[in-house]
Design a protein around this ligand. Structure first.
Ligand code: MSP
Length: 662
């Protein structure tokens, strides 16, 4: 049996997964199911990335140990994958002993096979703890290009990987295997990056404790990306048991056939990872596919921006409201149908519910119940024999091999939306066929019996083929239709690439027709999902927020407000602060004195346009130091949302500097 090994990235275990994170896992599950139906033995790896500074800090904030935090969070991932019916075969935790062994084995192997690949040197640079990204190799202040946060200064002795020595080899790889990175436009980005020259990368840390110790030098722990990437090896057995580097499961499944990732982590996968493997003399993965992001109002869905949707409310609300198990398939179908895979896509609850009602309830679900009910009513629940009658031309085309192969080739090329569009065109065609042939009229006259049987057989056979072709995306509901059609066994065991028109055996007794996708009331579903999302965001019983941060909507006493001294100020001078993109240094006249105030408004206002402007200043704020400069007060500004452009508060009428605002 041929093998297929695919992986999702190993998820950061510092926060709970949202629909954006689940996207990669769902897509991989579709591919895994599709490949199994093509006769492959599939290994599907996912897991949790549990080391690094941000885990350490997240745990500190919660007052628990990093080990406690990751134990708790990895379970949330496992539970979600279970709820979503994800059929991964392997789950790796980077804090497991097997994984640590594999990372140490890999670095030892590298040092033995390519002795100059790893060396010790002093590292000085800026590093983003949030994205685990080296932002620059100079000590100058810099912001992270991914999240925009200021990067931290790091200076320490590290182990380095000689990435610079791999430029030629990587370019040769891209030239000889243009399919190594997909889509093509991503390959072009990667190639240009490598052509511009590669710097060596530090692969250890001394300042961090929460990591895998370097072999024979435990003061160092592995840099999280070296650690995390190695999970693609450790997850299938590398470095484990008797076999060690030649572990039988590892030998069977490595190299990976597909690393599925989001676009922001392509450099680690398409540049660092193959270079690490080359230095260790291990075979390279066959393909890296970088998909786009799920956006919420054109921004990447992310918890820190507060614009997240969680999968659980969608799945549970739809299951509850319909009294059927439809939520998973609805979410999967929506995610794969709506977005051209590879591009960014917008996530919309409204569009999901519309698709559910239109394509699943009215489309596939309605077709299934119509055809099954007619078999029940006109053929005593037995699949009729079409005899030698020729299959109607259009229906035949739809179920013919070229049609089936077009859908399969869309799956092969990860063009899921195309595969589903063509499959659902078949649903419409069969619907139309029934409207034209009118089996309910044919059923009234015995001389039309043969024709009736042929029409109903053709409709059932089309439905069988549609169910098989849609199974990787909508596994639960297509299996239910399959059983209602009287077909035995698991649909997952059907060979999708061997589907043949006419394989449905006449004489088969169908099961009881039942609605597979009951319609939902969109408003009701929306509200139910919203309520469940709110429970996740503000769990009942969660510790109340500290008094300093009153919950939105809570009231404060007038005495509380009176503690804040607000005054009218006039901006006397304004200038940028080198290295701080967002900050301006202002001198503000507040009547009896001129204050130095640092304000995060540099992206919204040019310094020169502020001179002479009247502003509102919080005058009794304790002084704060930023970038080594003292700020004595704060300007009031409004913004439409957390990341929105700040708009300074000002006055329509004239008012002298120093006046109290109350
Ligand atoms: N831990 C690293 C990966 C190490 S792999 C050796 C990481 N983890 S992550 O949790 O941040 O991301 C995991 C996956 O979720 C990535 O493929 C990422 O692209 C995906 N997504 C997270 N948010 C997403 C969206 N809003 N939209 C689509 N996918 C997104 O990176």
């Amino acid at each position: 049996m041929p093998k297929f090994y695919l992986t999702t990235p190993i998820y950061y275990a510092n926060s709970r997964p949202h629909v954006g994170s689940a996207y990669t896992t769902i897509v991989c599950d579709v591919i895994a199911r599709y490949k199994r139906m093509c006769g492959y033995e599939v290994a599907y790896l996912t897991g949790t990335d549990e080391h690094g500074v941000n885990i350490e800090r997240a745990a500190e904030k919660l007052g628990i140990t990093p080990a406690e935090l990751v134990d708790r969070n990895q379970q949330i991932f496992r539970d979600l994958w279970k709820l979503l019916g994800i059929q991964h075969t392997h789950f790796i935790r980077t804090t497991s002993a097997e994984h640590a062994r594999a990372v140490q084995t890999l670095v030892r192997r590298t040092m033995a096979r390519t002795p100059d690949a790893i060396y010790k040197a002093r590292y000085e640079g800026r590093y983003c703890v949030h994205d685990n990204l080296y932002v620059s190799d100079s000590s100058e202040p810099a912001n992270c290009p991914l999240c925009g946060r200021p990067a931290e200064l790091i200076s320490e002795e590290n182990y380095f990987f000689r990435l610079s020595a791999y430029q030629g080899k990587l370019l040769a790889l891209y030239r000889d295997h243009p399919e190594f990175v997909q889509p093509d436009f991503r390959m072009n980005e990667v190639r240009s990056f490598v052509e511009a020259g590669l710097k060596d990368v530090s692969i250890s840390r001394r300042s961090i404790k929460w990591g895998i110790p370097w072999p024979d030098d435990p003061e160092h722990v592995f840099y999280v990306w070296y650690d995390a990437l190695t999970s693609y090896l450790s997850g299938i057995g590398f470095g484990q048991g008797e076999g060690g580097e030649a572990n039988p499961s590892f030998k069977k499944f490595w190299p990976a056939n597909l690393h599925m990732i989001g676009k922001e982590i392509i450099r680690f996968h398409a540049v660092y990872w193959p270079a690490f493997l080359m230095a260790a003399e291990l075979p390279l993965p066959e393909k890296i596919f970088a998909h786009g992001w799920l956006l919420f109002e054109q921004e990447k869905m992310s918890k820190s921006k507060g614009n997240v949707a969680y999968p659980e409310p969608i799945v549970k609300a739809l299951d509850e409201l319909t009294g059927a198990k439809v939520g998973n398939d609805a979410l999967r179908y929506y995610l794969l149908r709506e977005t051209v895979f590879g591009q960014d896509g917008n996530f919309s609850r409204d569009a999901l519910l519309t698709r559910y009602n239109a394509d699943l309830a009215n489309g596939l679900g309605n077709l299934a119940s119509r055809v099954l009910t007619m078999i029940e009513n006109y053929c005593e629940g037995i699949i009729p024999d079409p005899g030698n009658a020729t299959v109607p031309l259009r229906i035949h085309e739809l179920a013919s091999q070229p049609h089936r192969d077009a859908i399969l080739s869309s799956y092969e090329n990860f063009e899921f939306s195309d595969a589903l569009t063509v499959t659902w065109a078949a649903v419409e065609l069969v619907d139309k066929y029934l409207v034209e042939e009118k089996p309910w009229v044919l059923a009234q006259k015995t001389e039309n019996r043969k024709q009736l049987e042929q029409v109903l057989y053709s409709a059932m056979e089309s439905l069988r083929i549609v169910c098989a072709l849609a199974h990787p995306v909508a596994p639960e509901s297509t299996q239910r239709i399959w059983s209602q059609m009287g077909l035995q066994g698991a649909l997952a065991d059907v060979r999708i690439n061997q589907l043949q028109w006419g394989d449905f055996k006449p004489g088969t007794r169908i099961g009881k027709p039942e609605a597979v996708f009951p319609r939902v009331d969109k408003k009701e579903a929306w509200e139910r999902i919203e309520a469940m999302e709110n429970e996740i965001r503000n769990p009942a019983g969660a510790a109340p927020k500290p008094a300093a941060e009153p919950a939105a909507g809570a009231k404060i006493a007038i005495e509380d407000f009176a503690k804040i001294e607000l005054r009218v100020g006039v901006v006397k001078s304004a200038e940028r602060i080198p290295g701080a993109d967002k900050l301006l240094k202002l001198l503000v006249d507040i009547g009896e004195e001129v204050r130095q105030v640092l304000a995060g408004i540099a992206l919204a206002y040019a310094p020169e346009e502020l001179i002479g402007r009247k502003v509102v200043i919080v005058a009794n704020l304790a002084p704060r130091k930023m970038r080594g400069l003292e700020s004595n007060g704060m300007l009031l500004a409004a913004s439409a949302d957390a990341d929105g452009k700040p708009v300074l508060c000002t006055f329509a009428e004239d008012i002298p500097a120093g006046s109290k605002v109350k």
